[in-house]
Design a protein around this ligand. Structure first.
Ligand code: ZN
Length: 501
């Protein structure tokens, strides 16, 4: 086959796989939003069938032959061209895929669909024992997966690699160690300085919260003609394809700021999806660089933008107009302090910026030990609680506020949590670089100007797609490899200003 013909055939195939994956994404989005509870078993079968089809296509020996042919061609001469990037990344995916037997892939899809329902029940009843057999199955399947795809040092690395190519437990352990050293003592100092700042819990009608949140999303750059908003239990961003990016939102009738930060988080993911190059849809060049890089965009909008003074200088007067009663007598300064309240807490998704990564650290250690076999599934609640005692100084009183709080494991997502911390680290590095080039971003936010930041991110991050691994992309944009210091420095500066520390 001629090189060009081979490449066209390769791209035709991966685009079709992208379409199949987008059907999977649509079913998952429906499960999060509108599917009745009775649909769970059939949905499990649908997802297992699609996973099987995708597996068949992804492991087709013809794909391997096409890749081999292209790897020896001049198409690879310049490793930065879309064609070279696509061939290199598709080879990595193919090699991983062919090592996974179809039965295992289907088993994971079917088991996790049922495990999610079991987890939701166990969580509602704060009873780990009913989820335990499911987690045992998931851990066993994920260990089998790690053995099939292979690893150099430990099985956990094989799972991390799936979300964050090039990242390992060892690199992450060093990053967490550095963060823990800085953040564990910083959190109580800020909490003490904040004194009696209380969360602002008053009745904020959900309908208005939603209207305000969607207006903010559009104002900062989310395109509603190529996306939509729906309500669901778990906030998320699902990219169905170019022109269709769906945000699932959740509101607490008592917590206005929390709901808005959740929207900004999903908007961050959404801007990335909407900013990818549609011309490369379905190929690695047109996809986010990694899960951690994707998360960096969410954390950037949630924390660096949504908890900043400038952002609220612009939006707080509008919020006061919309919620005159609950915000009566609440100054901007007081509001900003509640938005930036730091307190050791038990629930990750409600955690402040300073303690958040300590929550992730607990999960990293538990997962790593589960995968290596150092920890048995039955001892998970104890290990979890022990982590909270060590890093946050508090202990959950039951498993609902302990190891049952997140649905990731039921979903088969082991090795995913660390990407949240990578996201925070990348976000801080990117924000510092953007500011060095664009001038004070806070001043721009105060004027309602978000386009310069979105454009900058578009040029540096979105359009780069998957051309480089996350670590190399960060280095190419900011000049340094993944580094915890901008994150810690950003927090120190912000909180020193807020409380004159
Ligand atoms: Zn996210």
């Amino acid at each position: 086959m001629q090189t060009n013909t081979a490449y066209i055939e390769l791209i035709r195939r991966v685009r079709e796989e992208a379409l199949l994956s987008s059907c999977e994404a649509l079913l998952e989005w429906d499960e999060e939003t509108y599917m009745p509870a009775g649909g769970v078993e059939n949905r499990g079968e649908q997802l297992a069938l699609l996973a099987g089809l995708l597996h068949d296509r992804g492991t087709d020996p013809l794909l391997g032959e096409l890749l081999e042919e292209l790897e020896g061609s001049d198409l690879m001469a310049d490793p930065t061209t879309p064609a070279a990037v696509n061939v290199r990344e598709l080879r990595r995916e193919y090699d991983r895929y062919v090592r996974l037997p179809r039965r295992l892939v289907e088993d994971v899809a079917r088991t996790t669909a049922l495990a999610q329902a079991a987890w939701a029940r166990a969580r509602a009843e704060a009873d780990f024992s009913t989820f335990r057999p499911w987690l045992e199955k998931v851990v066993e399947l994920k260990r089998a997966e790690a053995e099939c795809v292979g690893y150099v040092r430990e099985p956990y690395d094989a799972l991390i690699e799936d979300h964050e190519p090039g990242m390992t437990s060892q690199i992450l352990a060093r990053l967490f160690e550095a963060l823990q050293r800085e953040l564990v003592p910083l959190a109580p100092r800020i909490a003490e300085a904040a004194g009696t700042t209380k969360p602002l819990r008053k009745p904020f009608p959900v309908l208005q919260q939603r209207a305000f949140g969607e207006a903010v999303a559009v104002r900062v750059g989310f395109d509603p003609k190529r996306g939509r908003f729906d309500l669901g239990v778990h906030p998320c961003c699902t990219a169905i394809g170019p022109g269709d990016c769906r945000l699932v939102l959740r509101f607490d009738p008592q917590d206005f700021a929390g709901g808005l930060l959740t929207i900004l988080h999903e908007v961050g993911h959404g801007l990335y999806e909407q900013g990818l190059d549609p011309q490369h849809y379905g190929t690695p060049t047109g996809e986010p660089a990694s899960v951690g890089m994707d998360e960096s965009q969410a954390r950037l909008w949630e924390n660096r933008v949504g908890r900043s003074l400038g952002f609220w200088q612009h939006f707080y007067p509008k919020a006061k107009e919309l919620f005159p009663e609950p915000l009566a007598g609440v100054s901007l300064d007081r509001f900003l302090k509640t938005v930036n309240r730091v307190r050791p807490s038990l629930i990750r998704v409600n955690a402040d910026e300073v303690t958040y990564n300590l929550h992730v650290l607990v999960r990293f250690e538990v997962e790593r030990a589960l995968m290596s076999g150092d920890l048995s599934v039955g001892d998970t609640p104890e290990a979890w609680n022990d982590g909270y005692r060590r890093y946050l100084g508090i202990v959950p009183s039951n498993d609902k506020e302990g190891c049952l709080q997140d649905g990731h494991w039921a979903d088969g997502l082991i090795g995913y949590f660390p990407t949240y911390t990578l996201g925070d680290v990348f976000a801080a590095q990117l924000f510092a670089s953007a500011e060095a080039e664009l001038g004070s971003l806070e001043t721009q936010f105060a004027l309602g100007e978000f386009a310069p930041l979105v454009t900058w991110l578009g040029q540096k991050v979105f359009r780069a797609g998957g051309r480089l691994s996350s670590a190399r992309l960060i280095e190419s944009i900011t000049g340094s490899p993944p580094d915890h210091r901008p994150l810690v420095q950003g927090l120190r500066t912000k909180y020193s200003r807020l409380y004159n520390l």
